[in-house]
Write a protein that binds this ligand. Structure first.
Ligand code: C2E
Ligand code: CA
Ligand code: CA
Length: 833
């Protein structure tokens, strides 16, 4: 069932998802790998700049640290100096004060000597410091380094800036309340006299003798100490490190270098390429700056060195503090780092690729499995659909079969019959042959159902169908048309004889009894046959014609087969037309009632009348009751017609002759169908009472047939009517089945000898004998007898001689309108016998 498209779809479902998944996963993986490569590249670039930035920060920080340390030490030295100087002077002052206080008894000279001797040997500031004493007028009292100036005035001594050293100092002490700092310039031992150095000093007034006790120290001396301390600190902190820290003095000489052998050497001595001025103090910013340099290998001391230096000028001492790092080192570090990074990246990448391959495989596998599952489901559904289709097809075929076949017998139904006939006609036409449509109806099949039940009836129909099928010719077919009706289609007939032969075969199929539930059963059938092309070329008309013939066959000769005949067809059609028009006849007031007198045979006086219905239609003209009454009985109109006649007759007769001892009697025909209606007694009674006519005047004429079919039901009805005063007359007596011997059982008041006996009576001895016998028996049962259809005087006289009481017939009068009847009665009053 699977189409090419389905197969393609299945293929697509099976492989497309896994392929798509694999493709996407691969693409994603490639993207991730590319991305991670790019990241690795960027990270190694970043690494370089990071490290180089970091390294710059590191060397700058080193320089800053030393710079800060130098700063601290430097500022510390001046303060120290001042502090120590003031403390020292305070100490000397205390010593002098003590000596002065403890030797009050001694002379000023003695005390001066004692104080001078006490202070003279005191040394401090690494042995460089000493005290001196001056009088406020400039006279030197004590000077340990220059004892020869003791007793001389230094009032006029000036330094190289032309300042009066002592005067200025004393002025400050006076101004600042007895003690003050002072700075001046002075020769230094070991240096030429003309070279003076800055000195910082402190002086305090010794009140008792108006002295100045003071001390001083060369700033440069302190500075050298501090520088040495800083260099020592640097040496200590840098010990064991290779931080490439260096300190240069103003002249470009290394004060410190990581390589101690370089200390004391000038930059230019080591690397002539490095222009002196590049690292010269004057060219270095006090804020610090970076310098990139590239030193080719120039000496054993300095290897090939490409690097970055950070240098900062320390203005106070005109130092250059610097640190360097080697680009090569960084590069090699980065190289190592990069290699490590690359290794890591490669590892990551291989993990990634492994993971990707794994996940691709897993995803592809999973989606392949899912696809497989879907495909399986798809297959299942397809199979299910295929099964459903087959079932649907079967169901459709069944339905088609059902639509064209009778479910009980399996024979064709009406629909298929039409098709068969159409086809048969076509076939027969092409071969120049005829076709017969035979309509078969089982006789009294209803009785089978009533007696044995419908299941048995069904079985019978099925066996019958099998028999029909067995006798069918190659091209023949049979259909079940309805309950017990079958229609045969017999095409390709050469002549009428062949058709008759086939019809006989069909009838013969029913000859042998059927064995149903162990019970033998016989069936009879009637057939109507129509022929193509003689009777019609239309399948439906052929069926209708055959049906019409069947109807007539049943009506006239049960068990026969009747071939279509145009005359019968017309008759039946006419009957049909009459039937149609009859339905509206009462409404259109086409019905009337005429009255035929019944004459007393003895007196020849009118005793009563028989009401006879008349129908005159515009299209059909006059239609006799013999024709339309049986139709009305069949189509159910008889009830209405009967009521109309009874009412009209009662009215007319009551008008002509009121109730009374000699009132005119009225005979009304009542059909068996009317008599068996539920409310017949009430209806009749009501009508009579409505008009007011005496029930005793009325005779109801019934036919013998009612006693044959429904004796048990009819007798109580008749008895009730008799009890109400009505007379019952048995019409057409002698034509039916009732035997004379039954008369005593019947609730009858009157007999009407049928016209056929009266007609034949004179010529036919048998009829004559019968009339005689009827009249004799009637007398013994005390029944009234009316002879109808008396047309001749001879008949009248014979009947009279036999003792017949009443005569009805053309001899005396034909049926008449009420008006004619009244006139007739007036005229015939004086009639003599
Ligand atoms: P029926 O009851 O036997 O009526 C007598 C028939 O014989 C009437 O025919 C009447 O016209 C006819 N007839 C009377 N005297 C003579 C005669 O001397 N010679 C000949 N040849 N005929 C004679 P009609 O009126 O055609 O009625 C025919 C039948 O129709 C009636 O036969 C009756 O069976 C039925 N019929 C008529 N009127 C009614 C009716 O009102 N109700 C019912 N249920 N049946 C009716
Ligand atoms: Ca009658
Ligand atoms: Ca009659």
């Amino acid at each position: 069932m699977a189409t090419l498209n389905d197969k393609k779809l299945v293929f697509l479902i099976r492989f497309a998802p896994s392929m798509i998944v694999a493709l996407f996963a691969t693409l994603t993986t490639i993207a991730v790998i590319t991305d991670s490569r790019e990241k690795a590249r960027l990270s190694s670039e970043a690494l370089y700049s990071n490290i180089s930035d970091h390294q710059k920060q590191v060397i700058a920080a080193r320089v800053e640290q030393i710079f800060t340390q130098a700063n601290i030490q430097q500022s510390k030295s001046e303060d120290n100096l001042k502090q120590q100087a003031s403390e020292r002077v305070a100490e000397a002052h205390r010593i002098a004060t003590n000596i002065y206080a403890n030797n009050q008894s001694k002379s000023e000279r003695e005390i001066t000597k004692m104080i001078s001797d006490a202070l003279r040997p005191i040394r401090f500031f690494n042995g460089r410091g000493y005290f001196f004493i001056y009088e406020f007028d400039g006279m030197n009292v004590m000077h340990p380094l220059k004892p020869h100036i003791e007793g001389t005035s230094a009032w006029e001594v000036v330094d190289k800036h032309g300042t009066l050293i002592l005067q200025e100092h004393i002025k400050r002490i006076e101004q600042q309340g007895g003690e003050a700092f002072y700075s001046w310039w002075y020769q230094k031992p070991g240096y030429p006299l003309e070279q003076e150095f800055e000195k910082v000093g402190y002086g305090k007034k010794f009140e008792p003798y108006n002295w100045l006790i003071g001390t001083g120290e060369y700033t440069s001396n302190v500075e050298e100490d501090v520088k040495a301390t800083v260099l020592e600190w640097v040496t200590n902190t840098q010990a064991g490190k290779r931080d490439n820290v260096f300190i240069l003095d103003e002249s470009g000489t290394f004060l410190y270098h990581d390589q101690p052998e370089l200390i004391g050497m000038r930059v230019g001595q080591i690397t002539p390429m490095l222009a002196d001025d590049e690292v010269k103090y004057d060219n270095i910013s006090a804020q610090g700056n970076f310098v990139t340099f590239d030193l080719p290998k120039s000496s054993l001391l300095i290897p090939n060195y490409q690097g970055v230096a950070y240098m900062r000028a320390f203005d106070s001492w005109k130092w250059v503090i610097g640190s360097t790092f080697s680009v090569d080192e960084i590069n090699s570090y980065i190289h190592d780092q990069k290699q490590e990074l690359d290794l890591q990246n490669r590892q990551h990448l291989s993990y990634l690729i492994l993971l990707s391959i794994l996940s691709i495989m897993v995803m592809t596998g999973l989606s392949y499995l899912a696809s497989q599952f879907i495909v399986k489901r798809f297959d299942k559904f397809q199979q299910k659909i295929a099964r459903d289709f087959t079932r649907l097809e079967q169901r459709k075929n069944q339905m088609q079969h059902m639509a064209l076949h009778d479910p009980l017998t399996g024979l064709s139904n009406r629909t298929r019959l039409s098709d068969s006939i159409t086809e048969g006609i076509e076939q027969s036409k092409n071969n120049g042959k005829s076709l017969a449509v035979a309509f078969l109806d089982l006789d009294d099949f209803k009785k089978v159902n009533d007696l044995y039940g419908h299941a048995t009836g069904d079985e019978l129909l099925k066996s019958l169908s099998r028999r029909f099928e067995a006798i069918l010719g190659k091209h023949d077919s049979v259909a079940r048309f309805g309950g017990d009706e079958f229609v045969f289609c017999l095409p390709l007939l050469s002549n009428l004889h062949e058709a008759t032969q086939k019809i006989n075969d069909i009838k013969a199929a029913l000859d042998a009894p059927f064995l149903i539930e162990g019970r033998p059963m016989t069936l009879g059938s009637s057939l109507g046959v129509s022929l193509y092309p003689k009777d019609s070329c239309d399948p439906e008309i052929l069926i209708t014609n055959a049906d019409i013939m069947l109807y007539r066959a049943k009506q006239q000769d049960k068990g026969s087969a009747l071939f279509f005949n145009q005359e019968i067809n017309h008759q039946i059609k006419n009957e049909y037309r009459i039937d149609q028009l009859l339905r509206g006849a009462l409404q259109r007031e086409e019905m009337s009632v005429v009255y035929q007198p019944q004459i007393s045979a003895q007196s020849q006086q009118i005793e009563g009348v028989e009401a006879l219905v008349r129908w005159s239609n515009e299209e059909l003209g006059f239609v006799g009751p013999d024709v339309f009454i049986p139709l009305a009985e069949e189509n159910g109109l008889i009830g209405n017609i009967g009521r109309f006649v009874l009412k009209k007759a009662c009215k007319d007769v009551y008008q002509i002759s009121p109730n009374g001892p000699n009132a005119l009697k009225l005979s009304v025909n009542v059909s068996p169908k009317e008599l068996l209606a539920d409310d017949v007694v009430d209806t009749i009674l009501e009508t009579v009472m409505d008009v007011g006519i005496d029930a005793k005047r009325i005779t109801l004429e019934v036919t013998e047939s009612i006693f044959v079919d429904d004796m048990q039901r009819v007798i109580p009805i008749l008895e009730r009517l008799q009890a109400l005063g009505f007379c019952i007359s048995l019409d057409d007596f002698g034509t039916g089945y009732s035997s004379l011997s039954h008369l005593n059982n019947l609730t009858i008041n009157e007999l009407k000898i049928d016209r056929s006996f009266i007609t034949n009576m004179v010529n036919n001895a048998q009829s004559n004998a019968l009339v005689k016998a009827i009249l004799a028996i009637s007398q013994s049962y005390q029944l009234q007898v009316v002879a109808e259809g008396v047309e001749t005087k001879e008949q009248y006289l014979t009947l009279k001689s036999y003792g017949c009481q009443s005569i009805q017939g053309y001899y005396f009068a034909k049926p008449m309108t009420p008006k004619a009847l009244s006139e007739w009665m007036k005229r015939s009053e004086p009639v003599e016998a």
